[in-house]
Design a protein around this ligand. Sequence first.
Ligand SMILES: CC(C)(COP(=O)(O)OP(=O)(O)OC[C@H]1O[C@@H](n2cnc3c(N)ncnc32)[C@H](O)[C@@H]1OP(=O)(O)O)[C@@H](O)C(=O)NCCC(=O)NCCS
Length: 183
Amino acid sequence: MASDFSPPPELRYVQYHSSKETTYLSAIRQLISQDLSEPYSIYVYRYFLYQWGDLCFMALDEKDNLLGVVISKLELHRGGPLRGYIAMLAVREEYRGRGVATKLVRMAVDVMIERDADEIALETEVTNTAAMKLYERLGFLRSKRLHRYYLNGNSAFRFMLFVKESTGQYGGEYGAAQLPPSA
Ligand SMILES: CC(C)(COP(=O)(O)OP(=O)(O)OC[C@H]1O[C@@H](n2cnc3c(N)ncnc32)[C@H](O)[C@@H]1OP(=O)(O)O)[C@@H](O)C(=O)NCCC(=O)NCCS
């Protein structure tokens, strides 16, 4: 499937802020829960948005309707690397295949890199071709298969983007080309 990566002109991309909660939180929940077998509680959204609202980006139409969203976080992983984690990503069905999710993920990844992330992780269902294509194009690598990871019994792939390590195997946009010359 070919994507048109020039986004529709009426779309704008904005960073979430707690002042936007009343306007957007219920739309965010609705958009994300549409494609989940087990909807998250409001506390899950607040866990991410209260602490890492600056790692959440929204795509809005000209009337400020929510068309897409990415929710993520950034913290030390088991006392080791500073790990970004893309927790939720969804685009309204009629806007898919036009580069909206790619743009949202890029915006979140760029902030994580600015904030000195060592690596970025996420999971996606093994059958989610669109998500896997998107992440692989950006340079994420499949790191492991997680058997029956989701409550519905489906398995997942964990994807990783190692921002600072140079193994020479990265393909996509955030691959080795992103590394500083001394790395
Ligand atoms: C996954 C999702 C966010 C992608 O959003 P999007 O705005 O359509 O993504 P983009 O247009 O930026 O890129 C999608 C890529 O998948 C491809 N794609 C889309 N649908 C596809 C399909 N059914 N089969 C194969 N490839 C597909 C697109 O062509 C594009 O790849 P390309 O540029 O290499 O051609 C969207 O499909 C969605 O909201 N799905 C439901 C929720 C979900 O699965 N979230 C991800 C959880 S990890």
